[in-house]
Every structure is written in structure tokens, then in C-alpha cells.
Design a protein around this ligand. Structure first.
Ligand code: APR
Length: 234
């Protein structure tokens, strides 16, 4: 087996499922009884800002009651002990990777615990509701929205992600359905670069065929076992 120095990991909702945070595609495409177009697009926000702000206020409050699970903790251990390059690219907007102790985390779809001011473009840490239109801590304007990437918006830091992928010796995808681009395309990008690819997921995902290896099971079992393997062989 070639020596692994640099690892890129992509995580999705499946990593947080066992912490009690619902995945997106488990309930027939509905997010807590809402259509995706209503609560996760700029058009939906323009149409009914109260609905969207309330929806994210609920989710922001909910994630603050959840705890990291064994999969988050294993990835944090890998981050602490891995001497090569490591990037945990997460599509999740919760902060469970960080609360488990991981540092090398990139939130490509933004973060629930940030508010983004559409007036001055500053992002501020935010744990409270937005429904009452609080002022931006930086400029004082009441123009805050959730700092979450909606459909039709560009995910964050794509250049950094592709730069990490180009240097990677292993690409691992954990708990994601492979349904949403550009993240769903990383595995093919990795393959084109000749990088070995591994999928850890509860069930076969839409992208499974692209991976060199797929392991099926709950993240809280698969991820700690894989991290032990990688650190043991380092
Ligand atoms: N362990 C491992 N995998 C799991 C577990 C678990 N305990 N529970 C569920 N899964 C898997 C499911 O089988 C599914 O393949 O996690 C995946 C979750 O898929 P989605 O709900 O589609 O979530 P995700 O892939 O993160 O969605 C991507 O879509 O709507 C957008 O912006 C949103 O970031 C999100 C993006």
C-alpha cells in the first residue's frame, strides 16, 4: 500500500445523525415538513423571510442541545495525531466536529452558529434567534441572515478544497448521500488525480460506484475503526 501523508475527508449529515440531527434526504426530500425551495434558496428567503429565519432559528437552537458522537471524536483524534496534511471538509453546518476537538475543519456550506450581514458582508458568531431582526454587531444594520449556503449559491473556499485534493494521498467520504454538487464530484476529481478513495456510509450512496472501496455501517462504528487503522499504520 502506498504511504499516506495527506488526507482529505468529506463529511455529511450521516456523521451527525447519531447525535440526533436529522439527515436531509431521509424524509422524502422534505426538511421538517418544508420544501427545500422554500427554506434553502435565496428566492425562498426573498419570498418569505420570516419562514426562513424561523426555520433556521429552530435548527440553530436544536444543534446547541446536541453532542458530538464517537465519529466526531475519532476524527478529532485523527486531526490531533496525524502529522501529515489533513482537511476535514464538511457539508454540515453544525459545530460538532469543532466541539469534539477537531481544528482542521472547513465548512463548505457555512455554519449555523454564524450570522452573515448582507449590508456590510461581515460574519459574526451567533447563537440567538434572527427572527426579530437584531442589528449586525459590526455595522448596526438589521440585515443578518443565516450563514448557510443555499441552493443556487456558491459553496465556500472551493479553491482551498481543490488545492488540498491535489496534494492528497487519500480521499475519504463519510455519511453523505453524494446527491449535492460540487461535493458529490470530489470523488471523481480524486479519481482523475489517481488518489485512492474510500467511502464510509450507512448504505450505498449515489456515488458509491466511483469509490475504490465502500464500507457500510453506522459512522460511530466505522469511523473509529478506520481511524485506529490509519493511525496504527502511520
Ligand atoms: N452513519 C453513516 N451514514 C449515515 C448514518 C449513520 N449513522 N445515517 C445516515 N447516513 C447516511 C445516509 O445513508 C445518507 O447517504 O448519510 C447520508 C446523508 O445524506 P443527506 O441527508 O443527503 O445529507 P448530505 O449528503 O450531507 O447532504 C448534502 O445537501 O441539502 C443539502 O446543504 C445540504 O449539506 C447538505 C447537502
Amino acid at each position: 500500500m502506498p504511504i499516506i501523508k495527506n488526507i482529505v475527508i468529506l463529511t455529511g449529515a450521516g456523521v451527525s445523525a447519531e447525535s440526533g440531527i436529522d439527515t436531509f434526504r431521509s424524509a422524502g426530500g422534505l426538511w421538517e415538513q418544508h420544501r427545500v425551495e422554500d427554506v434553502a434558496t435565496p428566492e425562498g428567503f426573498a419570498r418569505d423571510p420570516d419562514l426562513v429565519l424561523r426555520f433556521y432559528d429552530m435548527r440553530r437552537a436544536a444543534i446547541q442541545t446536541k453532542e458530538p458522537n464517537a465519529a466526531h471524536r475519532a476524527l478529532a483524534r485523527l486531526d490531533a495525531e496525524w502529522s501529515g496534511e489533513l482537511l476535514i471538509v464538511t457539508q454540515n453546518v453544525d459545530d460538532l466536529h469543532e466541539r469534539a476537538g477537531a481544528r482542521r475543519v472547513l465548512h463548505m456550506h457555512g455554519e449555523h452558529l454564524n450570522a452573515w450581514c448582507t449590508a456590510c458582508d461581515v460574519r459574526s458568531p451567533w447563537t440567538a434567534p434572527l427572527i426579530d431582526r437584531p442589528p449586525c454587531p459590526a455595522c448596526g444594520t438589521s440585515a443578518l441572515r443565516p450563514d448557510v449556503v443555499w441552493f443556487g449559491e456558491m459553496p465556500y473556499r472551493m479553491d482551498d478544497i481543490y488545492a488540498a485534493l491535489r496534494e492528497a494521498d487519500l480521499f475519504v467520504s463519510i455519511g453523505t448521500s453524494g446527491a449535492v454538487y460540487p461535493a458529490a464530484g470530489f470523488v471523481r476529481g480524486a479519481r482523475d488525480l489517481g488518489i485512492p478513495t474510500l467511502e464510509l456510509n450507512l448504505e450505498r450512496s449515489q456515488g458509491s460506484a466511483w469509490f475504490d472501496q465502500t464500507r457500510l455501517g453506522p459512522a460511530t462504528e466505522l469511523v473509529p475503526a478506520w481511524v485506529d487503522e490509519v493511525l496504527g499504520g502511520a
